[in-house]
Design a protein around this ligand. Structure first.
Ligand SMILES: NC(=O)c1ccc[n+]([C@@H]2O[C@H](COP(=O)([O-])OP(=O)(O)OC[C@H]3O[C@@H](n4cnc5c(N)ncnc54)[C@H](O)[C@@H]3O)[C@@H](O)[C@H]2O)c1
Length: 468
């Protein structure tokens, strides 16, 4: 099929590359000239596993980049809209980018086309997109509007796109549903997965994925409800972690026991410094606003957000209790991205904590495998950057782990101990076994577990033991 993808961000670029890999002819459109130049010149603007391979495979043949939306629409059967839907000051989703794309598309619809809302949008958006296109004089027989929410996670976006738990298509008639079935046919009929050069299948996924056909309103609600539920799962386990800290239980053991129940599941029961990123914070807030508008007071979501904010404050208190005063302290920080595997720093809890600690007068040297360039664009020069985790730790009063990158879970602990001025690690992601850390000579703080101290050190001297 001939597909236009409007927006070349995390979702649009990945969707475009994956549609091309499924065998479709794709043009990805953006109005950001710098981004377009980079894409047209062979650069890969975001950090995503398998994305460079797919772009190299299809660029210039099945995958093109363009700044001309109308031309791309005229040449396509299906138009996926993947522009941003940031939050407004009052918490609703800002749909002005979506509206402007709908307006621009109107003039270019010739034969029958399906306009697919892939951005995360509130219920009724498909109806509004349809109204805007009609208002601009388009024949109603020329188009349908459908909703196809995207569930990919940054860091594993390509694999998530091609091996999803489900594909949801919200279509209000059979004609548009059939077009979307064809788009995803290489996945739903399993033919994509037979190919020798298909992206490798991740563990825990099964193919072919099920395709759920719903109304457009249901599809819009599925996305908001899914993200809100996942955020709730994170806040729930963070609240449990706080209780574990008070009573001396181990939250990891609790997660294991709770998550073994197949009705609950182990995934997303990860205590830490709270959720962030470009999706959960804004989507929970937007769903809260949708509910309010519909006359339902969704207070559960207020609490989800409240626990999330509190989790950062609790972590700051932990740093303070480990180090006493903060002004002038040298801290090594591992992780700036909002989670491991991505360079995205939008709403990153790690960055929030770094900023708060800088304000307290700490001196910070940070390392992140992918997010330092983006951080440099938004942070003032008070933050120093290191080339490795060990360099970030060098001479520091303590090391903070703020993002769950795999490489941070596999550090050479004796080298780390040598690099630090004081062997204190404050781990906001629970990457290490407390006993192992104590045995390696660290004072180790984590989330939802008791602090551990170096073996053989008298209790009175345990915190901040100065090395010989
Ligand atoms: N990032 C994720 O992990 C993720 C996952 C699922 C869903 N979503 C949703 O998908 C949507 C896009 O998210 P993202 O992270 O890719 O956003 P993004 O900000 O990375 O990308 C949006 C792109 O749209 C472009 N754009 C804006 N207006 C345009 C216009 N009129 N014409 C052409 N291009 C235009 C921007 O220049 C930008 O490149 C959001 O609604 C988001 O909530 C995101």
């Amino acid at each position: 099929m001939r597909i236009a993808v409007v927006g070349s961000g995390y979702v649009g670029l990945v969707a475009g590359a994956c549609f091309a890999d499924l065998g479709h002819q794709v043009v990805v459109v953006d109005n950001d000239e710098a981004k377009l130049d980079a894409l047209q010149n062979g650069q890969v603007p975001i950090h995503e596993q398998f994305l460079p391979e797919l772009l190299a495979r299809h660029r210039g043949s099945r995958l093109e980049f363009s700044g001309n939306l109308q031309e791309a629409v005229r040449a396509s059967d299906v138009i996926f809209v993947t522009v941003g839907t940031p939050q407004t000051e009052t918490g609703e989703a800002d749909l002005s980018f979506v509206e402007s794309v709908a307006r621009e598309i109107s003039g270019a619809l010739g034969g029958y086309k399906v306009i697919v809302e892939k951005s995360t949008v509130p219920v009724y958006t498909s109806e509004w997109v349809r109204k805007v296109i009609l208002r601009n004089g388009t024949d109603p027989a020329c188009f349908d509007v459908a909703s196809n929410p995207e569930f990919l996670r940054e860091g594993t976006a390509v694999a998530d796109f091609l091996f999803p738990d489900r594909i949801v298509i919200g279509c209000d008639n059979e004609r548009s549903a059939e077009v979307l079935r064809q788009v995803y046919a290489p996945m739903t009929d399993g033919s994509y997965y037979q190919r020798a050069n298909a992206i490798p299948q991740p563990d825990r996924t099964s193919v072919p994925p099920p395709l759920l056909v719903t109304s457009s309103k249901s599809a819009e609600l599925i996305k908001h409800a899914s993200n809100s539920f996942l955020a709730m799962k994170i806040s729930f386990i963070n609240a449990v972690a706080s209780i574990c800290e008070s009573v001396g239980a181990d939250v990891n053991q609790v997660c294991q026991g709770v998550g073994a129940d197949s009705r609950i599941g182990r995934r997303f029961l990860n205590p830490g410094i709270g959720y962030g990123g470009s999706c959960f914070p804004k989507d929970v807030l937007a769903f809260r606003a949708v509910a309010r508008e519909c006359g339902y007071d969704f207070r559960l979501l207020d609490e989800v957000m409240h626990i999330n904010e509190e989790q950062r404050t609790r972590f700051l208190r932990k740093v303070r209790s480990a180090l006493w005063t903060l002004r002038g302290k040298n801290l090594g920080v591992l992780g700036l991205a909002f989670k491991g595997g991505t360079d995205d720093i939008r709403e990153s809890p790690a960055l929030f904590l770094v900023q708060a600690l800088l304000q307290e007068g700490c001196k910070i040297t940070a390392y992140d495998p992918a997010a330092m360039e983006r951080t440099r664009e938004v942070m003032n020069s008070t933050l120093k950057y290191a080339n490795s985790a060990y360099e970030a730790a060098r001479g520091a009063d303590a090391l903070l782990i703020l993002t769950e990158w795999e490489e941070f879970a596999n550090l050479d602990l004796s080298r780390l101990n040598q690099e630090l001025k004081y062997p204190i690690v404050i781990d906001g992601r629970n990457l290490y076994d407390s006993e192992v850390m104590a045995a390696q000579g660290f004072t180790y703080y984590s989330v939802g577990r008791a602090a551990c101290h170096p073996e053989g050190v008298p209790a009175a001297l345990r915190n901040g033991v100065k090395k010989a």
